[in-house]
Design a protein around this ligand. Structure first.
Ligand code: P6P
Length: 333
């Protein structure tokens, strides 16, 4: 049987090559991975534990909150709260960031996460995910502020996601490429199954919510029409896939190649997806896998957020396909 390289061992191996080569960073990553295993079990049993459905509340995004959103959010925060190297966490579900009990002033790391992205799909048993990013504070020894979180994605020291699908996978990068792990439920460990993930250079899937066509800017319409015309070799075999769960759409494109778009449009001129909790971590991953991520005009990783819940248009996938989108927006507006 092939050697079982667990995530814990992989983190240690990577750490030796990384400036974060401290036990702290390894412990932090292992805790995040463990948290996703707990979420995975909850998601799998949601129907049985009667935690499906909505709470009747809305979150800071004005979105319906599901019971699982709350449970996943509270569980992730609890798992990170007693880590002395973590200064604070920020969640898509909460208005403001949360200093940790163990490391608010001494902790070097800040964690931003979307605890359960796509949770509106869970009652249909559609794949959903957890997205996270890790950044370092410029200085320790003082209480964390919101401004500590508001750096460009290029400063992230790690990013990753768990996708709760037919199997549970954990995909992450610390800036030395992207590696994917599959949860072996029998062992309870993430095992390396997709080493050194790189984006295949084929635009296999175009992923956009085409029902929003009436809201698109001219550049988006021109881009989509050019791709679906299929009269260029690159797009001759491109097909449409849209799951409506960002992590699932992203993961499929990372495996097969393709481009996902949630563009600026007349209803969401600043985009719908969140810069800190979704766009930045996925942009770090896609660039490490050889792809690109843009808001239509600039590199996602260069954008400096103006607030914790800043949104951004997101065009993410193969570099030529993202570049063509930017060209179409520049030409058509
Ligand atoms: P729409 C899910 O609610 C989410 O935040 C992402 O996971 C997903 O990509 C997007 O919204 C889907 O949005 O407007 O196409 O339903």
């Amino acid at each position: 049987m092939a050697e079982m390289l667990t995530l814990s061992r992989h983190i240690l191996q990577r750490a030796r090559q990384h400036q974060e080569a401290t036990g702290d960073f390894n412990l932090l990553m292992s805790h995040i991975a463990t948290a996703t295993k707990v979420v995975s079990r909850m998601v799998a049993k949601a129907g049985l534990l009667n935690v499906l459905g909505k709470t009747g509340d809305t979150n800071v995004q004005g979105e319906q909150v599901t019971k699982l959103d709350i449970i996943a959010n509270e569980m992730l925060q609890a798992m990170l709260d007693d880590l002395p190297m973590v200064s604070a966490t920020a969640s898509e579900e909460d208005e403001s960031f949360v200093p940790t009990s163990a490391g608010a002033t001494s902790g070097r790391y800040l964690i931003a996460f979307d605890p359960l992205d796509g949770s509106s799909n869970i009652e249909a048993n559609v794949s959903i995910g957890t997205i996270f990013s890790v950044r370092r504070r410029a200085e320790v020894g003082k209480t964390p502020t919101e401004a500590d979180f508001l750096g460009p994605g290029s400063e992230l020291v790690a990013a990753g996601y768990a996708v709760y699908g037919s199997s549970t996978m954990f995909v992450y990068t610390t800036g030395q490429g992207v590696d994917g792990f599959t949860l072996d439920p029998g062992v309870g460990e993430f095992v390396l199954s997709h080493p050194e993930m790189t984006l295949p250079d084929t635009c296999t899937c175009l992923s956009i919510n085409s029902v929003n066509r009436h809201r698109w800017m001219p550049g988006t319409t021109a881009y989509v029409d050019r791709v679906i015309a299929r009269d260029e070799p690159r797009y001759a075999k491109t097909t449409g896939r849209y799951i409506g769960s960002l992590v699932a759409d992203f993961h499929r494109n990372l495996i097969y190649g393709g481009v996902f778009l949630y563009p600026a449009d007349s209803k969401t001129p600043g985009g719908k997806l969140r810069l800190l909790f979704e766009a930045q971590p996925l942009a770090m991953i896609i660039e490490q896998a050889g792809g690109a991520a843009s808001d239509g005009q600039q590199r996602i990783l260069d954008i400096v957020p103006d607030g914790l819940h800043a949104r951004a248009p997101l065009i993410i996938g193969n570099t030529p396909d993202v570049a063509l989108y930017e060209q179409m927006v520049a030409t058509h507006g």
